[in-house]
Design a protein around this ligand. Structure first.
Ligand code: ATP
Length: 227
């Protein structure tokens, strides 16, 4: 079977900084894959390579065996890979409903699923921040993705909002969508992920279940121990 996501020997450099260093990884299908690592480890760069906003100088990325690294971002989205952004990218002048309708006509059930059915006519700016995050998730789901990349979705959220959002991610996984979760809130990542990848200086430092990652001395030395 072809892997849902595959990264083969990917290198990205910004001037003298190597953000990804011949990175190779593969995820067969399904579940929540947590991606953690210190500031500058290359997490966002990896998401940008997968979603087509950065082209690697070496290597390639594949979705269900189809090469992504030659496609523009909108074609990648249509091919089944959706993403959210560290800084929300909602249409401020459109209603909540229209923000999702621009992607898919069947917007109302999706908004209901993320708990926004009472907010359809509001503008995104009228929603609490946690609800704006839900709207972004609904818009990504409107692409009917097979893989969804979440870039620091819990940043700036209160504990209760964060728990509710994590529960939603669990439901997305249960629909069979593969979730790649990049997040600084390590306890939350360890709690919800089926598999955890640890990046360090653009390379894979560790790869395992949350239990294996927590027990890995190399992870403690390079990352967890410093927190
Ligand atoms: P953070 O947790 O702080 O978001 P990260 O793991 O997402 O970090 P990246 O943002 O991918 O890390 O950055 C990896 C490295 O590449 C860092 O050294 C960063 O300074 C550098 N970098 C990323 N984007 C650029 C850019 N557009 N121009 C120059 N350097 C960049």
């Amino acid at each position: 079977m072809k892997a849902a996501l595959e990264v083969q020997d990917v290198t990205v450099r910004f001037g003298g900084v190597t953000a990804l260093d011949r990175l190779t990884l593969r995820h067969d299908r399904g579940g929540i894959v947590g991606l953690i690592g210190a500031n500058g480890a290359g997490k966002t760069t990896l998401i940008n390579v997968l979603s087509g906003t950065i082209r690697p100088e070496r290597g390639r990325a594949l979705l269900d065996g189809r090469e992504l690294t030659t496609l523009p971002p909108h074609r990648i989205a249509r091919a089944g890979l959706a993403r959210t952004f560290q800084n929300l990218q909602l249409f401020g002048s459109l209603s909540v409903l229209d923000n999702v309708l621009v992607v898919d006509r069947d917007a109302a059930p999706l908004l209901d699923e993320v708990g926004l059915s009472d907010d359809l006519e509001k503008k995104p700016g009228e929603l609490a921040y946690g609800r704006q995050r839900r709207l972004e998730l609904a818009r990504a789901l409107a692409l009917r993705p097979r893989v969804i990349l979440l870039d620091e979705p819990l940043a700036g959220l209160a504990g209760s909002e964060s728990d509710e959002l994590l529960e939603l991610f669990g439901r997305v996984r249960d629909r069979g969508v593969t979730v790649l979760l990049v997040e600084h809130d390590v306890p939350s990542v360890l709690r919800i992920s089926d598999r955890v990848l640890v990046l360090d200086q653009g390379a894979l430092l560790a790869d395992g279940t949350p239990g294996e990652i927590t027990a890995d001395p190399a992870v403690h030395e390079a990352y967890l121990g410093q927190r």
